[in-house]
Write a protein that binds this ligand. Structure first.
Ligand code: NAP
Length: 371
């Protein structure tokens, strides 16, 4: 039967990437759609199959409840407000959400189908209705290395992240570019002049980074020509919430009875939309490197293996190379001097695609009977 799907949050960064992907894959063919907004009610919505309908009110529970499936990329505050009201009103449809609010609820599943399709299918059989996209860093890490985890080889994981500005939001992403422009204005001419001593150029940049003139309203600190080793709020144990999610969401996605220890430091860097991670994997035994490579490569069709050479690394294992692609690049894989059970790897993925929109798009297709 023709399913009816309501979209909320489609104008935002994740929602816009989701809509691009839905249209690129022709996923909306044969689906009745309605688009909602919290701020643009009555304005024209996106053009779907040549038709442009006015936007419906995203706070109107009755209108939302007319749909079999609701897909939201609107954000956590919206989910907190609307999801309980919809369920209280007796709506029994499927809720697919990019926000973190419901991820750790017992009655929801964190969706990453190349990794946990069996959990998704079990949940559907049990009648669960809330399917939530995971934390971007966690989803990207699991897609990169679940080949090793599935073999049962991994004892623990330490991940050091290099997370892009897009993960903080659209305004933050723009602020990074403004900071870059300000640095160019302050020191660009001097930097391009070969006669100018480099330490004078550096001094001009550092003075700007420390001055009140630099745009830092959104990040609260310089990001261009610097980094910020703190993402999200503090937990009681010294972790940030982003670091906490690394452990709990990984284990929920994998459906592990015995938790796999995962911890590290999460760092914001001046990349646009790719998250990178430097991983240390403690294996349970000494697995030969060619077997490690074979397991990683075989895990899913998006893993893009990068040989551990300088040429391949600078060509293919950077945010600049991976941005806008569904590839999950993994390289710099080698045994560590720490011992034969220690493997290091570096991975890069687009956090708006596999980190946010793609798991949501694929869950919608599963519910539409196409996945
Ligand atoms: P966002 O870009 O801030 O968009 C959220 C909403 O803001 C839009 O749907 C839109 O809703 C409203 N909005 C107001 N002014 C706008 C403008 N000028 N342009 C576009 N939209 C505007 O949020 P997001 O970064 O996509 O994140 C959405 C949710 O996904 C959050 O819960 C986030 O935590 C989660 N998530 C994000 C990422 C990420 O990488 N950013 C990754 C995974 C999960 P109205 O039409 O109702 O006004």
């Amino acid at each position: 039967m023709n399913k009816s799907v309501g979209f909320i949050g489609w104008r935002g960064m994740v929602g816009a990437v989701l809509l691009q992907r839905l249209q690129a894959e022709n996923d909306l063919a044969g689906v009745t759609t309605r688009f909602f907004s919290t701020s643009q009610v009555g304005e024209p919505g996106p053009v779907i199959d040549g038709v442009q309908a006015p936007l419906a009110d995203a706070r109107d529970v009755q209108a939302l409840a007319e749909h079999d499936i609701l897909v939201t990329c609107q954000g956590g505050d919206y989910t907190k407000d609307v999801h309980p009201r919809l369920r209280a009103a007796g709506w029994n449809g499927y809720w697919i959400d990019a926000a973190s609010t419901l991820r750790m609820e017992d009655r929801s599943v964190i969706v990453l189908d190349p990794v946990n399709r069996s959990l998704i299918d079990e949940a559907l059989e049990k009648g669960l209705k809330d399917f939530i996209g995971g934390n971007c860093t966690v989803s990207l890490m699991l897609l990169a290395i679940h080949g090793l985890i599935d073999q049962g080889w991994v004892e623990w994981i330490s991940t050091m992240t290099y997370q892009s500005a897009s993960g903080a939001g659209a305004a933050q992403m723009k602020e990074l570019v403004v900071q870059m422009a300000q640095i160019g204005q302050a020191a660009g001419v001097a930097a391009a002049d070969l006669r100018q001593p480099v330490l004078e150029v550096e001094q001009q940049v550092t003075e700007l980074l420390r001055s009140a003139d630099l745009a830092t309203d959104k990040f609260g600190a310089p990001l261009a020509a610097s980094l910020i080793p703190w993402i999200d709020r503090a937990m009681d144990n010294g972790q940030t919430r982003e670091e906490w999610k690394g452990g709990v969401e990984t284990n929920k996605i994998l459906g592990r009875a015995t938790p796999l220890p995962v911890d590290g430091q999460c760092v914001r860097v001046g990349a646009m939309r790719c998250h990178s991670q430097g991983l240390t994997l403690k294996l349970k035994q000494d697995i030969p490197l060619d077997e490690v490579e074979a397991a990683l490569r075989a895990a899913n069709e998006w893993v893009h293996w990068v040989p551990n050479t300088k040429e391949d690394t600078v060509r293919a294992l950077t945010p600049a190379a991976v941005s806008g692609r569904l590839d999950i690049a993994i390289g710099r894989v080698r045994k560590m001097a720490l011992g034969p059970e220690y493997v290091t790897a570096f991975t890069v993925g687009d956090q708006l695609l596999w980190g946010a929109a793609e798991p949501v798009r694929r869950m919608l297709n599963i519910l539409l009977g196409r996945g």
